[in-house]
Design a protein around this ligand. Structure first.
Ligand code: ZN
Ligand code: ZN
Ligand code: FE
Length: 728
């Protein structure tokens, strides 16, 4: 007896070969009906024998296409219409689309094999792709995902491509960016010219998926130095691309989890302990960021003899957003790149490479961008759409619609005109993509009244709400687990964030839940911070603020800036109060010899962590009683004067911070009758600190960020979560 069922599949199910998969599955079970891309997923109607339909649904769940991510399947009985065959129907459009857009995918093994086969029509073709691989987010102009709404719309398919595109049994059936050398876009001038330039030590700007990379031979020290000079990037580590996993193994320590991250579909830059010395690439740190090739072009370059390790950094001047339009790249790269390798296919939006690592608590994303964005991170219950605009540093924005929280790609620091423009473009893009009218939005922004994101955010939307920075950090951890009611102790150790009292926070302990709100229950003893923002760039200013005594003599030898800061303190001009643990790390770094101005955010703390890793003896733990930093820094000074190994001092300092924090947490957990502690904030990017905390708190459940960064890149998600549960 023929029965019928209506099946709805939600998740990342468009643009990943889902419809042809359903088609083939229906055929193999002799079912009739249809499949189409609906507004919030894939809609299927099947008719046939009940047992066959059950088997069909079972396989749908068990073996979906590799690039898909199913979040829900509903199957309901419905009336049979007497279809004679199974067909793929055209896309239907109605209300708000809430379908998830697939992130970009790395080239698959089958396409790679074809690209390397001289007999294949796509031999050596840098734009080869199929339904299992290739660009998605970076070519999609609007939804639903069809070729006419991608940046491939300008290239009509040739006979070969059209044949494959329309053949349900082909791997390229409805592969929207399908192309071949006959009909598709090209790269100019060419692979071989580029390789010769790279080998000769030149800098080449190479168009990639979400923007231009600036590339050079990572083993060529003069080339790397040239890159630093031309990019105005003094010391910030460069990421490199290794030709393959074998080469990567010679560069960094790769365990099973790190390998899984390196070869995951997101193909992020993975930070791990460096094994090889690449001069000038990552000064002052023992870690190196490595990624594997992910586009066909990358493989073509390495196959044809490019240096086996390339610096691949975003093509921009320091701290500007990555260039992604051809004219923009030509303009920005003039005087920086010796040549450009330009591909014809336009990039729909800028998406940087992501950064991740395997830390003490497992894999964690430190910059969430290509390969992850714009995937939903979690569900957040909200009737009304929410737009959370993030903070001003490491900005991302989060849109909540249809209960899904979409976190944008990394936008950057909203300090320059270009970055602010990128911020506005990304918001407009997200709203357009999901057809949200700004007038219906609840906008969540940082509590800092002068942040660019705050000022711009307040102009959008129907209503706006300020969310305190460190509460947002804690909420971002809980959002990943969707434990809205869970009573926790939240610890936010951070650089800078605007506090309830207008002072600079960053060493905060909270008790509560996302639904009930977070009460600040403890904090580091407040210190002075002469010079405000300038102190964040000058560790010696932090040392002057945290310690009343004069440290001009040996072994400290601080530069004049230290005296000026002390003078500011004495006269009480431009002197602020702070509880920031980030600044405490800076003060300690100054005491240990980092006395110059930093050239990138978090540099002094990273330097201190690296120093601490050199310690052979980690038995000493300096005192940090009741979160009072004075005994802690006194111990640093005392041992420094005694001439103790600086690595050991750095380690004892870090262990002191960890011990002090753990003591406070244990007490608070008892007081609040909870065993869950959430850690978030920039300081927790320090993996050695996390490992110490893990060791010191075996009895508690420790939650950290995994899908969004513990740094300010995760703030927008936390803002969105807190805005979804308004408190009195
Ligand atoms: Zn493929
Ligand atoms: Zn073609
Ligand atoms: Fe922060």
């Amino acid at each position: 007896m023929t029965v019928a069922r209506s099946v709805r599949v939600r998740g990342i199910v468009q643009g990943v070969g889902f419809r042809p998969f359903v088609y083939r599955l229906a055929q193999s079970h002799s079912l009739a009906g249809w499949v189409l891309n609906g507004e919030d997923g894939v809609d299927i109607h099947v008719e046939g024998l009940e047992g066959a339909i059950d088997a069909f649904v079972g396989e749908l769940k068990a073996n979906p296409p590799p690039a898909s991510q199913i979040t829900g399947i509903d199957a309901e009985p419905c009336g049979a219409s007497g279809f004679g065959e199974f067909t793929i129907r055209e896309t239907r459009r109605a209300g708000h689309p809430s379908t998830r857009i697939s992130p970009d995918l790395p080239v698959c093994a089958e396409c790679l094999a074809e690209m390397r086969d001289p007999a294949d029509p796509r031999y050596g073709y840098p734009y080869i792709n199929c339904t299992n691989c290739g660009p998605r987010f970076t070519v999609i102009e609007s939804l639903p995902y069809d070729r006419c709404r991608t940046t491939m719309k300008a290239w009509p398919m040739c006979e070969l491509c059209a044949g494959e595109y329309h053949d349900p049994s082909n791997r390229r059936f409805h592969a929207e960016p399908i192309a071949c050398p006959q009909c598709g876009p090209r790269y100019a001038p060419g692979i071989h010219e580029t390789i010769e330039l790279l080998k000769a030590g030149s800098l080449v700007a190479i168009k990639g998926l979400g923007g231009y990379h600036l590339a050079c031979d990572a083993r060529n020290e003069p080339a790397v130095r040239l890159m630093r000079e031309r990019k105005f990037r003094k010391e910030k580590p460069f990421a490199v691309m290794a030709a393959n996993l074998e080469v990567a193994r010679t560069l960094i320590e790769i365990g099973a989890e790190t390998e899984a991250l390196l070869t995951s579909a997101a193909r992020p830059i993975v930070l791990a302990r460096a094994l090889a010395a690449l001069p000038g690439i990552a000064p002052d740190t023992q870690e190196l960021g490595v990624m594997l090739p992910y586009t066909p072009l990358h493989h073509l370059l390495f196959d044809a003899g490019a240096p086996d390790v390339l610096v691949m950094t975003s093509a921009n001047r320091s701290s500007e957003p990555i260039a992604y339009r051809d004219d923009e790249a030509r303009l920005h790269m003039a005087g920086i790149a010796d040549a450009l390798l330009v591909g014809d296919r336009p990039i729909a939006r800028r998406v940087d490479d992501s950064v991740a690592r395997v830390g003490a608590f497992g894999p964690a994303v430190l910059r969430r961008s290509r390969g992850y964005a714009p995937g939903a991170v979690c569900t957040i219950p909200s009737e009304r759409p929410i737009l959370a605009v993030g903070p001003d540093l490491k900005n991302t924005v989060t849109l909540v619609t249809g209960g899904q929280a979409f976190v944008s790609q990394h936008i950057g620091d909203l300090e320059h005109y270009d970055a602010i423009q990128a911020f506005e473009e990304t918001i407009a893009d997200l709203l357009a993509m999901y057809e949200i009218d700004a007038g219906e939005l609840t906008v969540a922004h940082d509590a800092h009244p002068e942040y660019v994101s705050t000022v711009r955010g307040q102009k959008l939307g129907w209503v706006s709400v300020g969310i305190q920075h460190h509460r947002a950090h804690i909420a971002s951890v809980i959002a990943e687990r969707q434990a809205w009611d869970r009573q926790v102790i939240g610890v936010s150790f951070d650089g800078t964030g605007y506090g309830d009292d207008g002072s600079i926070w960053g060493g905060e302990f909270f008790a509560g839940s996302v639904t009930a709100g977070f009460e600040r229950v403890r904090h580091m003893r407040p210190a002075c911070l002469p010079g405000g923002d300038a102190a964040a760039r000058n560790p010696v200013q932090c040392a002057a603020g945290f310690l009343a005594r004069d440290l001009s003599a040996e072994p400290f030898c601080f530069p004049p800036r230290y005296r000026q800061a002390r003078e500011m303190m004495r006269k009480q001009v431009r002197t602020f109060t702070t509880t920031s643990v980030g600044r405490l790390f800076d003060a300690a770094a100054a005491l240990l010899g980092f006395t110059r101005e930093i050239t990138h955010e978090g540099q002094a703390a990273m330097w201190l962590e690296s120093l601490a890793r050199t310690a052979l003896d980690s038995s000493t733990v300096y005192p940090f009683p009741e979160l009072d930093y004075e005994p802690l820094l006194d111990a640093v000074i005392e041992d420094r004067v005694k001439g103790r190994d600086r690595g050991e001092i750095a380690r004892a300092f870090q262990r002191g911070v960890a011990r002090g924090m753990c003591d406070a947490v244990r007490e608070l957990c008892e007081l609040q009758a909870t065993a869950v502690v959430c850690l978030s904030g920039g300081v927790f990017q320090n993996d050695l600190l996390l490992a110490d905390i893990k060791e010191m708190l075996p009895e508690l459940e420790i939650w950290t960020n995994h899908s969004v960064p513990p740094n300010d890149g995760g703030i927008s998600l936390g803002q969105a979560a807190l805005a979804a549960f308004p408190h009195a």
